[in-house]
Design a protein around this ligand. Sequence first.
Ligand code: ADP
Ligand code: MG
Length: 705
Amino acid sequence: MDVPKIFGSMVFNDEVMKARLPKDAYKALHKTIDEGTTLELDTANVVAEAMKGWAIEHGATHFTHWFQPMTGITAEKHDSFISPEAGGKVMMEFSGKELVKGEPDASSFPSGGLRATFEARGYTAWDPTSYAFIKDDTLCIPTAFCSYTGEALDKKTPLLRSMQALDKQAIRILRLFGDETSKHIITTVGPEQEYFLIDCDVYKRRPDLIYTGRTLFGSKPSKGQEMDDHYFGMIKPRVKSFMKELDEELWKLGILAKTEHNEVAPAQHELAPVFSTTNIATDHNQLTMELMKTVAGRHHMVCLLHEKPFAGVNGSGKHNNWSISTDTGMNLLEPGATPSQNAQFLLFLVAVIKAVDEYQGLLRMSVASAANDHRLGANEAPPAIMSVFLGDELEAVLEAIESGRDYHDKKKKLMSIGATVLPHIPKDTTDRNRTSPFAFTGNKFEFRSLGSSASISGPNIILNTIVAEALSEYADKLEKAKDFDKALSKLIHDEIVAHKRIIFNGNGYGDEWVKEAKKRGLLNLKTTVDALESFITKESIDVFEKHGVYTETEVRARYEILLENYYKTINIEALTLSSMVKNNIIAAACAYESRLADVVIKKEQALGAKGAKAEKAMLQKMSDLVAGMEAALEKLDADVAKEESMSDVRKLAEYHRDVVLADMNGLREVIDEVETMVPSDLWPYPTYGEILYSVRYQPDRTNVK
Ligand code: ADP
Ligand code: MG
């Protein structure tokens, strides 16, 4: 495989633009990309023509505006390039207008009431900062999706707005430090994606996986992850060939897939790309998730992206490595080589700490979903409490600044802001705290609470916005200062004092932390329903409006969509579980009872009344379990039915959290016990063991039942 050759071969990237566009069109397009100026229709026509030519040469027959509605997945509506010509012929056409703007009939996307169906049309607008690409013979044009009244209906628009907000505020700070050359500040993200791979045949036999993405019951297999033998283990040939093909597909799309390895749980894996600009990283992560599914299918496997496909083994998350850098590539979260760079680094560092502390609720909200609720705080993923991990070296520096003492590193260098260099901060300390939701890892922060299936857009919108806010407050103060160095030292000192409660270097999984966090006044928003309230507080709406990221209307619409999504998810799970129990599980349990009853009758005939003592006890136990299952099922069904009389979304969400979810758990407990008793020839569904070990070392799929 000639990697450099195939890399980006399906992308209309800068190199292609340069080669195919007339000089002035290339220049005009670049101005749009770099500075966000609008693209004139003349230029758009030229670009469209070049794009079409390139796309057709690469086998494309269709084009689509590729966008990211509030469903969290991507959407596309394909139009072919054909246009009728005289004589019953067609020609291939694609205009600048079609490139720049699309009008999907988008009445069925969630809009949280922003768009009544009678004015259903939203429109899509090209995001020229993200390159067009070809996927499945279709030219995909990354676009934003808005209503006709201008409200964002997608996950891209507010992300771009939040990047602009941070750009503006961070530039103000850089100017104060005398940087006159940086034109723009961008945020960068490298999302590490976890996923499960299972065999297609077991998947097909689990309606819960098909409808909900997770198993709704299943007793623990004899072997789970307790041996720690899967993590970084040898990759099975079948998985290896999947990864190879996935890499190739991703590289063609210019996605920097870099690291692939086995994760902690059996059948769990991870892919990490090299980081890129946040909106590109977001587009690329969406494509990565999509391709993982497609490519898995070609290998007769299914890729599970759900946050918690199996109880009892780790779920999947997505580590959002995030940093801020100048357009010239200087990482602003990298401790610098000079005292002045270090003062600047410390200011950006405390800005992030302040942002996390002041907007804990928003950060928590940004990762909240019904699926992720199964992970956060479940001692396998970061807790629902937000805190920042800095590592010993940096914490010592901040403590020294706070107490006004001089900081001595091992070489006994003095530390005071703006006067000396920072001690060496190692990037790869092996004792790196894995239990922290938000960890500084040498030159970036790693936000670890994200769920595996969700778009990374939401959390990055929040991160960018709240850090922009912190920086804008700092800029307001420092721009007015008469003595910059003095004001800077005081500001950093005061900010550490004000926000040190959010810094926690200990074990985030421990119960002591829950108590300690409470003492510190930190939020512990355990469920999505609790967390979502943070979205619509006055402080939140103010900060969004101030930085032009969301209007109040947009916030309220999104809040509705998220709540709706939450309860509907649980509702679908409840209906799925109920039907699986009714269709097959009770029948299996009864079949086993009948088998036992036959034995009891026969043995008693042969051996007398006491001749079937053990079998009778087993029958009694099964009989009790079936009664328990039936009762739990009836309760679940009855409670699900009550939902129909409710209309308030928040009430519905609370109800599903408190009642329906509890019913499901109650029912599951009985099913899991029944599963351990019923003989395998009668059990209707693949067990955890069968699913988790369905992809075996043998690449031959005939090995799989
Ligand atoms: P790990 O966390 O597994 O030890 P690394 O620290 O090497 O791995 O990197 C994890 C991810 O962080 C990668 O996707 C990498 O590209 C990304 N990353 C590295 N530097 C930055 C940065 N400045 N901004 C955003 N992401 C970054
Ligand atoms: Mg990591």
